[in-house]
Design a binder for this molecule. Structure first.
Ligand SMILES: [Fe+2]
Ligand SMILES: [Fe+2]
Length: 286
C-alpha cells in the first residue's frame, strides 16, 4: 500500500426529498450510490469519509436520513470514520438532529456545527462556514478563537482543516461572490500551525491554491459541475460529478480528483503486469 492514510472527500451531494431532481435534471441519489458502489468495489483502505457540505439541497431532514442510510453501511464496511460538515444549502437543526445525533429541540440554529477528531494521528477540524439563509461563507470570531485554541498543540500527523467555503478568490464572478469573507483572518490563525491542507467544496469545480502557504483543495462535487470556461457573460452547470481522495504518502499530503461520471474503459490491466513492464523498460535504459 502506497498511502499511509487515506481520506475520501465527498462534497456537495445536494440530496433532495426522495424522487426530486436537482435543477430538475440531476439524480443526486444515483450519483451518490454510484460513488459508494465504487468505493466498496475498490476495496482500498479508507480511514475516513469527509462530507464537506451541501449534503442536502434544501435542508430536508428526510434527505439527511437517506444520506446517512446510504453512507454509514459503506463506511462501516470500509472501517472508515465519517465527518459531516455543514454547507450553505444545509440547515443546522435538521443537520444536527439527523446526522450528528443531537437531541430533538436542542440545536440552536445560531450556533455553528464545528468539530475536531483525530483519525489515525491526523487531526481533522471541521468549521461550519455557513450563516443561516446566506450563501456566502463566514467564520465568526468565536470560531477563529476556538480554532486557535485547538491548534495550540500540534497533532501527531498534523491537521486537515475542512470548511465548505473556499478561503480564496475565484476567476469566476459567481463563485468569487460566494467565497469565504475575511479570509485573511483565517490566514492569520493558520500561519505557523500544523495545518497541512484546507479541504473545501462549494464551487462545484476542481481547483487548488494556497493560504498562508497551506494548500487549499476544492474538490469536485458529487451533484454536478460548474463550467469554469463558459462563454463570457454565462454561468452554467454541466452534468458530471466526482470526488477526491486525500492521501498521506510518507511526508507528503496530496489531493487527487476522481472523475465518477460514467465512462468507457480505455484499459483495465493487472497492476503487477504494468509495474513489471515499466521496470523492464527502466532496466533497459539505465
Ligand atoms: Fe453545492
Ligand atoms: Fe455550497
Amino acid at each position: 500500500m502506497m498511502s499511509d492514510l487515506t481520506i475520501v472527500q465527498l462534497t456537495d451531494t445536494h440530496l433532495r426529498p426522495a424522487g426530486e431532481l436537482v435543477h430538475g435534471v440531476v439524480d443526486t441519489d444515483a450519483n451518490l450510490a454510484r460513488v459508494l458502489t465504487q468505493l466498496r468495489a475498490a476495496g482500498q483502505h479508507v480511514d475516513a469519509l469527509v462530507l464537506s457540505g451541501d449534503l442536502s439541497d434544501n435542508g430536508s431532514p428526510e434527505a439527511y436520513r437517506r444520506l446517512r442510510a446510504a453512507v454509514e453501511p459503506v463506511a462501516a464496511e470500509l472501517g472508515a470514520e465519517i465527518v459531516y460538515v455543514m454547507g450553505n444549502h444545509d440547515e443546522r437543526v435538521g443537520f444536527g438532529e439527523q446526522l450528528l445525533d443531537l437531541a430533538p429541540g436542542s440545536v440552536d440554529p445560531a450556533l455553528p456545527h464545528d468539530s475536531c477528531v483525530e483519525i489515525a494521528g491526523l487531526r481533522v477540524i471541521a468549521l461550519d462556514s455557513t450563516t443561516p439563509l446566506r450563501h456566502e461563507g463566514r467564520l465568526e470570531l468565536e470560531q477563529l478563537a476556538w480554532l486557535t485554541e485547538r491548534l495550540r498543540v500540534p497533532a501527531p500527523r498534523g491537521t486537515l482543516l475542512v470548511l465548505h467555503h473556499p478561503p480564496i478568490p475565484s476567476p469566476m464572478a459567481t463563485t468569487d461572490f460566494l467565497k469565504l469573507e475575511d479570509a485573511e483572518r483565517l490566514a492569520d490563525v493558520l500561519a505557523g500551525s500544523d495545518v497541512r491542507m484546507i479541504l473545501c467544496g462549494h464551487n462545484h469545480l476542481t481547483a487548488a491554491a494556497a493560504v498562508a502557504g497551506i494548500p487549499v483543495w476544492i474538490g469536485p462535487a458529487l451533484s454536478y459541475r460548474i463550467d469554469p470556461m463558459a462563454p463570457v457573460g454565462r454561468h452554467r452547470g454541466l452534468a458530471g460529478f466526482g470526488y477526491s481522495r486525500i492521501d498521506l504518502v510518507g511526508d507528503t499530503m496530496l489531493a487527487t480528483a476522481i472523475e465518477a461520471t460514467p465512462a468507457a474503459a480505455v484499459y483495465d490491466r493487472p497492476e503487477a503486469e504494468v509495474l513489471e513492464q515499466l521496470a523492464a523498460i527502466a532496466a533497459r535504459t539505465r
